[in-house]
Write a protein that binds this ligand. Structure first.
Ligand SMILES: Cc1ncc(COP(=O)(O)O)c(C=O)c1O
Length: 420
């Protein structure tokens, strides 16, 4: 019997229905009332185990998981320990769940550890030669830029950077177009940029890349779980994300999505058990027909089940509701900062470019001092932004944040700026 079929035949463990029951028992939420939205978010916040008095504004760095999500993971981990099994068969239902959640087919889903690994598979797996060019934004996170700088070192790929246009959405495509040459092979964007939370216009860029025959890769580390993502309508060739940020899934649950008809053009960068079959050694690897070909080796499948549970939770809350909540709180941050003297907001004001993240700076304090003071003096955890000399502090607004949290944070910022 093939290894995979044998594992699937075991068919043991926590079923999807069992997981839903387990999760539903963990947290009861009030009916959402749009005139009193914070009752709902306050109740949801109780489902997280944040230290009392700690206000967390860094979902864009690392998101906390709902207790209910961790509980599912630990039940599965205990089941797998009891029979000393990898639980590889648990991946199938989560792959299907992820496909529905992200608007693709199960054959387009690969489980990886994080967005960096997914970006690295794309950068390392495309057939590029010295002098071939990739374009991405100058604000790319190291998880998006380093994979390409590695290819620059190893294969002589040339990197071209565009500055995100935070005033005019169409300006982003224009800046990419201005960099395209006959050596351009790949365009990559962060769906939402890490330093200042700009929502780049992916669909328009995808149309342009398709017409020009360029591979279009989206680094979605900051989008899945913050805004609804539909891989098929984005129109890109590949999409990378991390479960452990906005999705609130366990750490090391990343995803790489690759269009089914583009998988033959993207070679695996690592291979081993679960990548395919190898009938005769030495001999060719018969890669699985699907994005599973990019997977290899033993994984912590209890975490992957936890990823599915996190997606269930997002759907239970409602992804449009999550997006609207994040944007509402971010707008409150934005407006609040505008009324605090000596602060400058670096995130866009243009509505279509705005997200649940806002970055700001003050000439009165270094970004490191502001970040530390907010944490030490007020228990507010934000994220320091050192990239590109921006010297800012980033505030991420997510489901465990309320309007009260934002007002507390704004008061803390004002006090720190005044006393600097
Ligand atoms: C746009 C972007 N890409 C990649 C990463 C790296 O994510 P991970 O550490 O999960 O690989 C981040 C992390 O913040 C990010 O914001």
């Amino acid at each position: 019997m093939k290894r995979k079929t044998f594992l699937q035949s075991l068919g043991l463990g926590l079923t999807a229905a069992g997981a839903s029951r387990l999760m539903a028992g963990q947290l009861s939420l009030p009916e959402f009332n749009s005139t009193r939205p914070d009752d709902y978010w306050q109740a949801l916040k109780a489902g997280f185990d944040l230290q009392p008095g700690y206000r967390y504004f860094n979902a864009g760095g690392l998101g906390p998981s709902l207790r209910a999500v961790r509980e599912v993971g630990s039940v599965v981990a205990a089941e797998l320990e009891a029979i000393v099994d990898t639980g590889h068969d648990r991946q199938g239902p989560v792959r299907e769940r992820a496909a529905v959640f992200l608007g693709c087919t199960p054959e387009e889903v690969a489980f990886v550890r994080n967005a960096t690994e997914a970006n690295g598979i794309v950068a390392g797996g495309l057939p590029l030669q010295a002098g071939d060019e990739v374009i991405f934004e100058s604000h790319a996170h190291p998880g998006g830029s380093f994979p390409w700088m590695l290819q620059a070192e190893r294969r002589g790929v040339a990197v071209r950077l565009f500055e995100p246009d935070i005033k005019n959405p169409a300006g982003n495509l224009e800046r990419i177009q201005a960099l395209v040459t006959d050596r351009t092979r790949v365009v990559q964007i962060s769906h939402v940029t890490a330093p200042t939370g700009v929502h780049l216009p992916a669909e328009e860029i995808a149309r342009f890349c398709r017409d020009r025959g360029l591979w279009f890769h989206i680094d979605g580390a900051q989008s899945a779980g913050m805004i609804p993502v539909n891989f098929s309508s984005l129109g890109c060739d590949s999409y990378a994300t991390s479960g452990h940020k906005w999705l609130g899934a366990p750490r090391e649950t990343g995803l790489l999505l690759v269009k089914r008809d583009r998988q033959e053009s993207l070679r695996s960068t690592m291979a081993g058990a679960y990548s395919g079959d190898l009938f005769d050694l030495p001999g060719p690897i018969a890669y699985y027909p699907g994005a599973m070909r990019y997977e290899y080796g033993t994984r912590d499948n209890a975490r992957i089940v936890g990823l599915g549970a996190a997606m269930d939770w997002q759907d239970r809350i409602g992804r449009e509701r999550i997006e609207a909540h994040g944007r509402r709180l971010a707008a409150r941050v934005h407006a609040g900062l505008e009324s605090i003297p000596d602060t400058e907001v670096l995130s866009p004001t243009e509505p279509s470019l705005r997200t649940a993240m806002v970055s700001f700076r003050t000439p009165k304090m270094t970004y490191e001092d502001m970040f530390s003071a907010l944490r030490r003096n007020h228990g507010c955890r934000c994220r320091p932004v050192s990239e590109r000399g921006l010297d800012a502090v980033r505030i991420s607004c997510h489901v465990f944040n309320t309007a009260d949290d934002i007002d507390f944070l704004l008061a803390a910022i004002e006090q720190e700026v005044k006393s600097a």
